[in-house]
Write a protein that binds this ligand. Structure first.
Ligand code: XMP
Length: 531
């Protein structure tokens, strides 16, 4: 998805929606793996929240007009040479601040306290004892489990601060000071801190005075007005991929400007059975959009012939998509705007990846994502939303559930679910097996509970016996995973009966398969897709 996101300098040109009539809070990101999760939790509490780099200037922060700030955790120690520090002027903004873990140590350090390495590193579950039952801990038990992950502790509190909770190893597990500035050593955003949401609610509603008035769907009218204002009477194109995001973007833009929008659906021949038809049917018949369907299976399969390297497959699919898309837009004449389904995690990734040196495991190619070289002006109405919020918007716009609740599907499609070379025959095999997996998972009521469920065509053949005959045929792997966001995942403990039905049906219904195996690897160390 990376190519789709404009550089940080472009971001400033698209004002954040926090100028809306919603109370908002900013999370200053110091590189914690949980930073996005903090923002999500805050939005779940119906307070609009954005993530900005930890070093964002106080002036820029003021531009967002937040009611409070959260300083996230981070991997550094405040005394490290390359430790990230906030702009000292943020402390003059008069805003309540919640420091979490490293964020609390920053508060302590910057406001005149002292931090030191812990003699005993605290990692995992701890029991926190509350010493002051107001503020963050109002209405909460006196002792409760929390999730700790830190190497430094507060040695001396800043002037005016007091310790409000402790654990066995941390005399200062939480601190409170004047002006609604509080720090906690543990992570309220993770599921392992069961009272974490209640603590965040106390901070947001009591300390910052926020109203719980943010809903993803309250965004729709505003987004439509913004699209109209930006586009005027110009033409807009939108690439449909078959996934939720591009369908929601197209619907939103169509709602705003009607037939000034033309959608392009490049059928690359790498989609699931019936998928292209279903999406086009919904959007043309129900939504009455103009959609150009480009039949490009031959082009993609020719380009992929004999290629076995997964990254090479991704590059080819990306390149061919752009070529097919360019050819089609060339026929449309001058179209200044491109609408695409960039989501908030992509925006965050593009602004923080450089800062925190994120390691690239796979180049995720967003089929809707086009190189900036194409010089379109971008319309990205979902750029401040998380995936679950996009789904809610999709529902509010009247898209059917089977489209809105669709599991994620990778841009390079079935090409990366065939291990080894891709051809029509192998595509038919994996498509047939995939159909069975999805059908059975839906039938068992598990579709919405798992993150993804699919089949992989392995390069292995095995011996089997069917009737009285020996067979030597393909092995199909089934992968069903649970996950919050695709970053980590676990194999789903699907009931044996469901697995048995999947296996029986694949072998019976899909020609050329005589064995089915179930993938029991988590991510990490594996990834969700096999390629
Ligand atoms: P991995 O395999 O990296 O996948 O654990 C994490 C999530 O990303 C999806 N995925 C992709 N999505 N282009 C995409 O648009 C890609 O090249 C790609 N590779 C993986 C994967 O399906 C999972 O949801």
């Amino acid at each position: 998805m990376i190519a789709a996101v404009p550089p940080a300098s472009d971001l400033a040109s698209q004002p954040p929606p926090s100028k809306l009539a919603f109370d908002s809070v900013l999370v200053l990101d110091f590189g914690s793996q949980y930073s996005q999760l903090i923002a999500r939790r805050i939005r779940e509490l119906k307070v609009y929240c954005e993530l900005v780099p930890g070093t964002t200037s106080a002036a820029e922060i003021s531009r967002h007009r937040p009611r409070g700030l959260v300083l996230s955790g981070g991997p550094a120690s405040v005394y490290d040479q390359d430790a990230l520090h906030p702009d000292p002027a943020i402390y003059d903004l008069g805003l309540p601040i919640l420091g979490i873990c490293y964020g609390m140590q920053l508060l302590a350090h910057d406001l005149g306290g002292r931090v030191k390495p812990a003699t005993k590193r605290e990692y995992g579950l701890a029991s926190v004892v509350v010493d002051s039952e107001d503020g963050l801990f109002a209405g909460l038990p006196q002792e409760m489990p929390v999730w700790m992950s830190h190497g430094d502790v507060i040695e001396q509190l800043p002037p005016g601060y007091r310790s409000v909770a402790h654990t066995l190893n941390s005399p200062v597990a939480a601190m409170a000071g004047p002006g609604g500035r509080v720090g906690i050593q543990f992570h309220p955003e993770v599921a392992h801190t069961p009272q974490g949401a209640a603590m965040l609610a106390n901070f947001l509603y009591q300390t910052c005075g926020c109203q719980p008035n943010w809903e993803a769907t309250s965004f729709v009218d505003q987004a439509i007005a913004e699209i109209r204002g930006r586009v005027g009477d110009s033409q807009v194109i939108c690439a449909l991929s078959g996934g939720v995001d591009s369908a929601v973007v197209a619907t939103l833009v169509h709602r705003a400007i009607g037939d000034q929008l033309t959608c392009i659906f490049v059928d690359n021949g790498l989609l699931r059975r019936g998928e292209a038809d279903r999406v086009i049917d919904v959007l043309t018949r129900n939504m009455r959009m103009k959609i150009i369907r480009v039949e490009a299976e031959a082009r993609f399969l020719d380009a992929l012939a004999g290629v076995v390297d997964p990254e090479e497959k991704r590059r080819i699919v990306g390149r061919e998509f752009i070529a097919a898309f360019e050819e089609e837009t060339g026929r449309l004449g001058a179209v200044p705007f491109l609408a695409q389904g960039t989501l908030y995690p992509d925006v965050i990734e593009s602004t923080s990846a450089d800062t925190f040196g994120a390691h690239k495991i796979k180049t995720h190619h967003n089929v809707g994502g086009l190189p900036l070289g194409m010089r379109f002006q971008l319309v990205e109405p979902l750029r401040y939303l998380f995936k679950d919020e996009v789904r809610r918007v999709g529902r509010a716009l009247g898209l059917p559930d089977d489209l809105v609740m669709r599991q994620p599907f990778p841009g390079p499609g079935l090409a990366i679910r065939i291990i080894g070379a891709v051809n029509r025959e192998r595509l038919e095999t994996v498509r047939g097996a995939d159909w069975v997996v999805i059908d059975e998972i839906k039938h068992s009521g598990l579709y919405g509970q798992v993150w993804q469920s699919f089949a992989i065509l392995t390069p292995v053949s095995s011996v089997g016996v069917m009737g009285d005959f020996r067979t030597y045929a393909n092995v199909v792997a089934v992968r069903i995973v649970t996950s919050e966001d695709g970053m980590t995942a676990d194999w789903a403990r699907v009931p044996y009966d469901v697995l048995a039905d999947i296996s029986r049906r694949i072998v019976n219904e899909v020609p050329g398969v005589n064995r089915v195996v179930y993938d029991i690897s988590s991510k990490p160390p594996s990834t969700i897709e096999w390629e």
